[in-house]
Design a protein around this ligand. Sequence first.
Ligand SMILES: NC(=O)c1ccc[n+]([C@@H]2O[C@H](COP(=O)([O-])OP(=O)(O)OC[C@H]3O[C@@H](n4cnc5c(N)ncnc54)[C@H](O)[C@@H]3O)[C@@H](O)[C@H]2O)c1
Length: 263
Amino acid sequence: MFVKDKVAFVTGGANGIGLCYVKELLKNSAKGVTIADLDPKRGEKVVEELSKEYGDNKVIFVQVDVTNKNELENGMKKTVETFKSFDILINNAGIMNDAIWEKEIDINIKGTIHGCLLAMDEYIPKYKSSSEGVIVNVSSIFGIEPFGGLPIYTATKHAIIGLSRSLSQLNNENIKILTICPGPTATALLQDLFDKTPNNSVEKYSDAMKGYMAVMKGMQEAPFVAENVVKLIGDAKNGTIWNLENNEKYEVIIPDKEGLLKK
Ligand SMILES: NC(=O)c1ccc[n+]([C@@H]2O[C@H](COP(=O)([O-])OP(=O)(O)OC[C@H]3O[C@@H](n4cnc5c(N)ncnc54)[C@H](O)[C@@H]3O)[C@@H](O)[C@H]2O)c1
């Protein structure tokens, strides 16, 4: 397992799928994991629980709003002070709420870009503990297909695919960039979609949202996503995109322009 003895930084790691990444990394003998999230009370509680299970000095919480580059950088600094290396970044923090779409763009796109640039320019090249570092950017099935109910969320997740594919071409400092596209997964984010619709959508799109929810197939559990992502961190090739939906995993192949023109 690549993650053994490695140090990872997980944004939005205090809850939902992010927390499952943290647990899966620890289960697979990561040296240390940093949870970068908003709420210190929740973060400290999670650290206490995980320390009981995996031992002291394996996991820390840093209070970070990913839209704020300084906070993110301070969290990364604290990570190398504590664990002495920096190998893996999972850009997971995200919201799904088109009613506050400017904030959604800030968190989902700007937060991921801050993370990528800090990790690629400084933290992975300087502090990786082996020849390779890995960045996982979290998109969604709505990063590869349109969704009229949440067009702005969908745009943010399409942006993550373009960002990851482009950064992966650089292959700077042997940093592998992967993209993950989960399908509906049982977390607070999705529960909010059910509870708050139509208040979490721009009003004119809310019928499309209700329509989708009515036909939505079942939800998978978050540990399924986390188990696969931790394996992919070691096994997947740079620049690849992975769909994890309905408890199935497959690689998403985007045709190049020549392939499209031939059709
Ligand atoms: N749950 C799904 O069905 C699903 C499907 C596809 C993609 N995703 C994506 O997976 C990621 C995680 O989703 P989830 O369902 O676990 O969500 P969640 O709401 O359960 O957890 C998200 C975590 O991110 C944190 N967060 C939110 N804004 C933040 C900010 N500005 N700075 C730092 N942390 C912040 C929250 O505090 C929370 O701990 C998101 O990017 C989401 O878009 C989720």
